[in-house]
Design a protein around this ligand. Structure first.
Ligand code: HEM
Length: 452
């Protein structure tokens, strides 16, 4: 490749390690500040010959995630902690092994299969609504906690046909302990190695053993009594490689199943929590939503076939993912020196494609901080570059659960809003916690009112 004369990369003076306290406190605020100070590309030296970069322009996102995706790998700093819990899986593998996983798993996420899962999502949401109906009017709940419970219920039921959201679920408890441990590993520069017998390590190892045994037991009992279940596990168990005819081993099924739980439940929960927050802050939009629900559902049941008619509901969720994308920065490392818009991006450096920044870029969004679902009217979408909006990533590593998540969110928003009005409790300190997904740091407290 002939490289043209390189431009000098805007660079933050000094090394990042010196700023690590600020980064530890809120890495998203730090990156946002870098974007405001240096512009759409900035190099952040970590040590001599080793730098991080923030990219905050749609064309740079397109370069890394799409046109030059073969040059970029997912870095060990993310993969290693994830693999501690899941083992190698579709989320962290690369090359041929990833391609094989993706080919085997893709059919489970086709629309035809998702149609079967829609009923499960509806019935989980209905049973959740029944619990809420026992609350007194005006009772205060934390909507972030509640949506997490609901998406975990949906994840367990769509994957294994088991409810793991229950406080008493042993699988659920082991999963939560493991998940918190992975979060801790990803978000701390230095952590004690796993062989050290610290309390945290021992707790993780115990939880991981429980999780492994339970998931392998579920797989085992399915192998012995193949059932007609339509859940994702059944789909994965019957998947065969087109070329070799091989299916997944028990260990691989185990790894992929845990991966789907990890990748699928908190991403959906955080974004839904932000949806309720935005709706409570924007009563005119909440009223438009009611009007769509009256027209489309008119009190009747929600089915897979009706989902495409819930256009405004879907636009509300699209707009939430613009303002609060759970994967706010997609991290990669170049396999060789690369050049983006005339800037050198060195081999083995860290590159963060800032979805949070690009989704709020004033060049591509009118009133970038406002909440406007009409940003997703088809004519508006067509005017923007493709990578001005990419909450599910792009290229071949695009989220496999995208349609699953969009369907789940539309169902939950529609059914819950039809039955309840949520009012924000005043004087709350509502803050983003950027570790892993963009969950609300202190939760979001709302009063729940039944609708007539
Ligand atoms: C609002 C919800 C969700 C959001 C915003 C989201 C976002 C993303 C993003 C941005 C990626 C690509 C990451 C990268 O390129 O570095 C990704 C990958 C992935 N997501 Fe999701 N996700 C969501 C829900 C789900 C659900 C519900 C599932 C499964 C049921 C899921 C499973 C996966 C898997 C397995 C991958 C890895 C795909 C691969 O590398 O081939 N996600 N997700």
């Amino acid at each position: 490749m002939v490289l043209q004369t390189r431009k000098s990369l805007p660079t933050k003076p000094g090394y990042l390690l010196f700023n690590s306290k600020e980064i530890q406190q809120n890495v998203l605020n730090f990156y946002n500040r870098m974007w405001k100070e240096y512009g759409d590309i900035v190099r952040l030296p970590i040590m001599p010959n080793y730098s991080a970069h923030l990219l905050a322009h749609p064309s740079y996102a397109e370069h890394v995630l799409f046109t030059h995706q073969e040059l970029y790998a997912k870095p060990d700093m993310l993969n290693k902690p994830l693999n501690l819990m899941m083992g190698e899986s579709i989320l962290t593998s690369e090359g041929d092994s990833w391609l094989k996983d993706r080919r085997l798993m893709q059919p489970a996420f086709h629309m035809k299969q998702l149609a079967n899962l829609a009923d499960v999502m509806v019935s989980c949401t209905e049973s959740f609504i029944k619990e809420w109906e026992n609350k007194t009017d005006g009772e205060v709940i934390d909507i972030a906690e509640e949506t997490l419970r609901l998406t975990l219920k949906i994840a367990g039921n769509t994957l294994f046909s088991i409810d793991i959201s229950d406080e008493d679920s042993i699988l659920g408890k082991a999963f939560r302990t493991g998940y918190e441990f992975v979060n801790y590993k990803i978000n701390n520069l230095w952590t004690e190695p796993l062989w050290m017998p610290t309390l945290r390590n021992r707790r993780f190892i115990r939880a991981k053993q429980t999780l492994d045994n339970l998931v392998l037991d579920i797989i085992n009992s399915r192998r012995q009594n193949p059932s007609e279940r339509n859940d994702l596990l059944s789909m994965l168990m019957s998947a065969r490689d087109e070329e070799t005819g091989e299916g997944m081993s028990d260990r691989q099924l185990h790894n992929e199943a845990i991966t789907l739980l990890v990748a699928g439940h908190e991403t959906a929960a955080s974004s839904l929590a932000w949806t309720w927050y935005l709706l409570a802050e924007n009563p005119d939009i909440a009223e438009n939503l009611q009007s769509e629900l009256r027209t489309v559902l008119n009190g009747s049941n929600l089915s897979f076939e009706k989902l495409p008619q819930l256009e405004y509901t879907r636009r509300i969720f699209d707009e939430t993912l613009r303002l609060y994308p759970p994967a706010w920065g997609m991290v990669r490392t170049p396999r060789q020196d690369d050049e983006i818009n005339g800037y050198l991006i060195a081999k083995n450096s860290i590159v963060t494609v800032g979805a949070f920044m690009i989704h709020r870029h004033p060049e591509f969004w009118e009133n970038p901080l406002g909440f406007n679902p009409d940003n997703f009217l088809p004519e508006k979408v067509n005017q923007r570059p493709k990578f001005a909006y990419f909450p599910f990533g792009g290229g071949k590593r695009i989220c496999i659960g995208q349609n699953f998540a969009l369907m789940e969110a539309t169902i939950i928003i529609a059914l819950v809003s039809q039955r309840f009005k949520l009012e924000l409790l005043p004087n709350q300190n509502i803050e983003i916690d950027p570790t892993f997904t963009l969950r609300p740091k202190n939760g979001i407290k709302v009063k729940v009112w039944k609708r007539n």
